[in-house]
Design a protein around this ligand. Structure first.
Ligand code: AMP
Length: 118
């Protein structure tokens, strides 16, 4: 069940501010408020989807394409398409998803090391 009071829904409605990087018909990208690297941007679809699982199963094809086009455009704008970046989508409790509106973290600008601590 999608909660329309989540913080990214409020950002999409313009009710609270964000540091906007990019916007298209299908997606909005803005800086993470607690960056983990020199580049740390969140890309969110404009539609109401709780997580990657929800988005993958229920979003129309045009919205999925539009969303991933936005991810690629943001990476290019920030130059990390050349240097490398990590795209992270947390789904649910074991992944510690904090905000229940689907988002992809684009993280880069430094060496990121291994995928997970060992
Ligand atoms: P996740 O654990 O994948 O749900 O990550 C949620 C992310 O949203 C975290 O990295 C937070 O730092 C970030 N965040 C929370 N509130 C805001 C906000 N108002 N503006 C930008 N980023 C936020």
């Amino acid at each position: 069940m999608y909660d329309r009071n989540n913080i990214f829904a409020k950002i999409l409605r313009g009710e609270i501010p964000c540091k906007k990087i990019y916007e298209s018909e299908h997606a909005l990208a803005f800086e993470d408020i607690h960056p983990k690297a020199p580049v740390h941007v969140l890309v969110v679809p404009k539609g109401e989807y709780v997580s990657l699982q929800d988005f993958s199963l229920h979003a129309p094809t045009a919205a999925v394409k539009g969303f991933f086009d936005a991810v690629a455009a943001v990476a290019k704008m920030l130059g990390v398409d050349k240097t490398g970046y990590r795209a992270i989508a947390n789904h649910g409790a074991d992944a510690s998803q904090e905000v229940p509106h689907f988002h992809v973290h684009i993280i880069g600008g430094r060496k990121l090391g291994k995928l997970l601590p060992e």
